[in-house]
Design a binder for this molecule. Structure first.
Ligand code: PLP
Ligand code: ZN
Length: 387
């Protein structure tokens, strides 16, 4: 049962039944649950619907705003590695794992009385927000960089969102959103659903961890490789593993969590290597993988804690490597990989070479979105490889 919210940093607590963004100290809030083995015996899952709302006892207790998200396939990828798998998040309703965070965040916002929703995004989060806002019947404003993949921009428009393109990075989009929000205090005010600036996108994302355990018969993999921007997936899965231990579903075993970033936008990799608690903003960020173009993240210290606690690591790969690997993943698994998904394969290769990944390890690569959203970028790479 959800009991309250707690600051990830200063541990101050807040009631959950009112709309809230950050702690007074400016840091993200975490949803806290009272859990024990009676809360949800895992046998109860057997007859439940194949969406992430099957885990409703560990999600916010509000009516779902659902499009059938979650329970994505975990596909063996024997042509890549002996016990390697791809978790194909492209099969979510908006073609990316961002559906997971938005189904829960929009459901709570609607339940607690938000009138209008807003978020800055690299593309996929905006598409998901636009879809779930349409489902909820709430107006929404999304802010994206002008170089966001066209399909992401177009889907937002088609779902009926108000789209603003900003000539800059995601931080500039957030600044423009805040400027416009401040013009609208009082009734009709916009509720900010930016990554980790409200507590419930992480709750939806954590279900990737629950699903992995359920799909692997309650054993977790040895290594999880995840393309990291704002970090909600990484943070959410680690939270899920702790919760599943309280539920009596798993023991103390934990996967090594690996964050993959692009070489020219790798704030978490740099901070991890430096042993730092927080990440410095990455100067002049540049990568073809839009989801990884995140030079600074409010949840940096939480991601770094997860990587260290799990005995994981952080890897930077070049755009050439991640593009080549996304085509390779597509051709060897049948999963239409996005560039960010390709980055996980590039990192896995690197980690296998240095023996961080052993031959006997079970490894899960996350394909976080569909290649269909990146046709321009991928078709050039595919053609080049074919020539
Ligand atoms: C396809 C894709 N992969 C990965 C990411 C990074 O995800 P997170 O913010 O959970 O770290 C994004 C974020 O926009 C994305 O769109
Ligand atoms: Zn705080």
């Amino acid at each position: 049962m959800l009991t309250h919210l707690r600051c990830w940093r200063c541990r101050r607590t807040y009631p959950w039944r009112r709309l809230i963004n950050l702690c007074d100290c400016g840091m993200p809030l975490r949803a806290e649950f009272e859990l024990d083995p009676q809360t949800l015996p895992k046998e109860a899952l057997r007859d439940r619907e194949p969406t992430l709302w099957r885990y409703k006892e560990v999600l916010p207790p509000v009516p779902p705003v659902s499009l059938g998200e979650g329970m994505t396939p975990l596909l063996p990828a024997p042509r890549l590695g002996r016990r390697w798998y791809v978790k194909d998040e492209a099969q979510n309703p908006t073609g990316s794992f961002k559906s997971r965070g938005m189904t829960t965040a929009v459901a709570v916002a609607l339940h607690l009385g938000a009138d209008v929703l807003a978020a800055p995004s690299q593309g996929n989060a905006a598409g998901a927000l636009a879809a779930y806002a349409a489902r909820a019947g709430l107006p929404t404003h999304v802010f994206m960089p002008t170089d966001t993949p066209q399909p992401c921009i177009q889907e937002c428009e088609q779902y009926g969102a108000d789209v603003t393109l900003v000539d800059g990075l995601i931080g500039d989009c957030a600044a423009e959103m805040r400027r416009r929000m401040n013009e609208k205090p009082g009734p009709g005010a916009w509720f900010d659903l930016s990554t980790l600036k409200e507590p419930y996108r992480v709750e939806g994302k954590k279900t990737m961890g629950y699903e992995l355990a359920e799909q692997m018969d309650w054993h977790l993999p040895d290594v999880i490789i995840y393309p990291t921007g704002g970090g909600t997936g990484l943070i959410g899965m680690w939270k899920a593993f702790k919760e599943m231990k309280s539920l009596g579903w798993i023991g103390d075993e934990r996967p090594k969590m690996v964050a993959v970033q692009a070489q020219n936008c790798a704030p978490i990799v740099r901070a991890f290597e430096a042993g730092a608690e927080f990440a410095e903003e990455f100067p002049n960020p540049e990568t073809i993988a839009a989801g990884l173009r995140v030079p600074s993240a409010i949840g940096d210290f939480i991601m770094l804690q997860v990587l260290r606690e799990s005995k994981g690591t952080a890897v930077a790969v070049s755009d050439d490597e991640l593009l080549a690997c996304s085509i390779e993943m597509t051709r060897t698994t049948g999963v239409h990989a996005c560039p960010e998904g390709g980055a996980t394969l590039a990192a896995a290769r690197r980690l296998r070479e240095c023996d961080f990944i052993k031959d006997s390890d079970t490894v899960v690569l996350f394909n976080t979105a569909s290649g269909l959203k990146y046709l321009d970028v991928l078709s050039e790479t595919g053609a080049r490889q074919h020539a």
